[in-house]
Design a protein around this ligand. Structure first.
Ligand SMILES: *Cc1c(COP(=O)(O)O)cnc(C)c1O
Length: 392
């Protein structure tokens, strides 16, 4: 069955008693026992809740894994995964990592004896070279942030198999609609469902899927022990968002490709990072492995002054952190999303003071282009006549 169909069908068969098409929000902390030593399958909502489980089953199905887990945020999901390791263990990690993940690893988990080596995971040779006898896992972002590098999971999973490492894929930017990491050899997927999976900039949520039943038991033990679970209401919102994953992503991508192409032609844009562009170094690999290129674009403007101008002058596109929702958002990674990455690493990665990151929404592409144009050209000589009619 196509993944769009599976997404729409999430939870449909759940309520056999009433036939409710939408899964009910089981807003309850606890469940009555039918008898001594008996359970309905639900005892207490930290351990399991039907609405949350519908989401967990749904994401497991989309990813092709054995079991899904829903957490109160993407960070809570990643934190839970790190509990699979113990003091002395070493992990190899994507270098242009989401800032919050980098902070969690470097500022918190190093205190518990884990160590991390940051490498360019789009370069399999660099990953191979970083493996030590203490290495237990490779944590990759399938498409990185903000510079949109794509990891060759097939090559990486071969390295992981050779050295007995777990391959953990943060697939937030692509979602199972565009990339199914298990098909390429990953062991665990993790999502900030705050982004494309819920898709409406209205929920904070995290998801994990595992492929191996034994590993699933371990992850469940940690989920229940730590308790950073997603509440029924937010589980329901995430399910609702997930149902339209296919149509949203189709539109997101269509818009992104047009905008990236247009940005390339603008005289005040120095560089555009979008894997859908043929000159992007990972374009070909991504074309083979993924069903699309996503809808995140990074671009460099020609002066730092223009950064502030664009952030202040865009009208349709909101200056806000986060991504993956129907509303277009723009941010300045150096200060906003990647401030927790050490400055020298930021400089090496090219996260500089002229780089902007755009999460392309599902508005009309012409309106978005017009908004960017007026923001880029506002205040320049003749700007008045070049300005578009007010966008409505
Ligand atoms: C946002 C994000 C996270 C963190 O998720 P939250 O839901 O904000 O806790 C992790 N990884 C990536 C790639 C992200 O974009």
């Amino acid at each position: 069955m196509h993944i769009s169909t599976q997404a729409v069908q999430t939870g449909l068969e759940w309520d056999t008693r009433t036939g409710s098409v939408a899964v009910p929000i089981y807003q309850t902390a606890t469940f009555r026992h039918p008898g001594l030593g008996q359970s309905t399958g639900y005892d207490y909502s930290r351990s399991g809740n039907p609405t949350r489980q519908t989401l967990e089953d749904g994401i497991a199905r989309l990813d092709g894994g054995v079991r899904g887990f829903a957490y109160s945020s993407g960070m809570a999901a990643i934190t839970n995964l790190l509990l699979l390791f113990k003091s002395g263990d070493h992990l190899i990690v994507t270098e242009d990592l989401y800032g919050g993940t980098c902070r969690l690893f470097d500022k918190i988990f190093t205190q518990y004896g884990l160590s991390f080596t940051y490498v360019d995971t789009s370069d399999s040779a660099a990953v191979q070279a970083a493996v030590t006898p203490a290495t237990r896992a490779l944590f990759v972002e399938t498409l990185t942030n903000p510079l949109l590098k794509f990891a060759d999971l097939g090559a990486l999973s071969a390295i992981c198999r050779e050295h007995g490492l777990l391959l953990i894929a943060d697939n937030t930017f692509l979602t199972p609609y565009l990339l199914r990491p298990f098909d390429l050899g990953a062991d665990i997927t993790v999502y900030s469902a705050t982004k494309y999976l819920s898709g409406h900039n209205d929920t904070v949520a995290g998801l994990v899927v595992v492929k191996d039943p034994q590993l699933a038991e371990q992850v469940y033990f940690h989920q229940n022990s730590v308790g950073a679970v997603l509440g029924p209401q937010d589980s329901w919102l995430t399910i609702r968002g997930m149902k339209t994953l296919g149509v949203r992503l189709d539109r997101h991508q269509e818009n992104a490709l047009r905008i990236a192409g247009w940005l390339q032609t603008h005289p005040r844009i120095r560089k555009v990072f979008y894997p859908g562009l043929e000159e992007h170094p990972d374009h070909e690999t991504m074309k083979q492995d993924a069903r699309g290129f996503g809808a995140m674009i990074a671009f460099e403007v020609d002066t730092h002054a223009l950064v502030e101008q664009v952030l202040l002058k865009t009208r349709l596109i909101s200056f806000a952190e986060s991504l993956g929702g129907v509303e277009s958002l723009i941010t300045f990674p150096e200060v906003q999303t990647h401030a927790d990455i050490p400055a020298e690493l930021r400089a090496r990665l090219g996260i500089n003071n002229v780089l902007l990151r755009l999460s392309v929404g599902i508005e009309d592409a012409d309106d978005l282009i017009e908004d960017l144009r007026q923001a880029l050209e506002a205040g320049s000589v003749g700007a008045h006549c070049m300005r578009p009619e007010t966008v409505d």
